[in-house]
Ligand binder design. Sequence first.
Ligand code: HEC
Length: 155
Amino acid sequence: MVELPETDASAASGEAAPAGPSLAVLLAAGDVTKGERTFKKCQTCHTVEAGGDNKTGPNLYNIVGGEMASKDGFNYSDALTNYGSPWTYELLDAYLERPSRAIPGNKMSFAGLRRDTERADVIAYLRTFTENPPALPAVEEVTPTDEPAEEMDQQ
Ligand code: HEC
């Protein structure tokens, strides 16, 4: 059984992410208040409110579902500029989990948020600073199964 500490130090351990709840389920449970707390890790480099300044990283207003690398006056890496996709929920989640792996060559020096729930919370928070965010992905009907209890421990 792997017990990951609740810090970014977990970046060092465990490559394989065990299959947990789907992104749709996680996002549906996203907690804005917790996300605001997690966003403190981002605040050194990012503002999120409308008209906020770019810092080490670009302002993140309207980012959910928004165009990538589109903030005026920020000098983005070629990796982000040329990626060619809007910030879908899936992509945001993958990027925030491990920026360097999701979009190789991008210059956000942040280890990532390893916990699925933490990413869902921060995305929920970013969503509140987005004018017309895309609808959350639909949660599929799941028939309750006898999931082994260890599932929880592994995350
Ligand atoms: C050490 C500084 C730093 C930290 C901490 C950081 N970022 Fe970033 N972030 C950046 C930089 C720099 C970029 C631009 C990357 C590029 O151009 O390749 C970026 C880009 C982004 C983008 C893409 C923006 C766009 O306009 O396309 C998102 C979304 C993002 N960061 C979210 C976050 C979130 C959420 C957190 C906290 C969980 C976070 N970042 C923590 C520096 C940081």
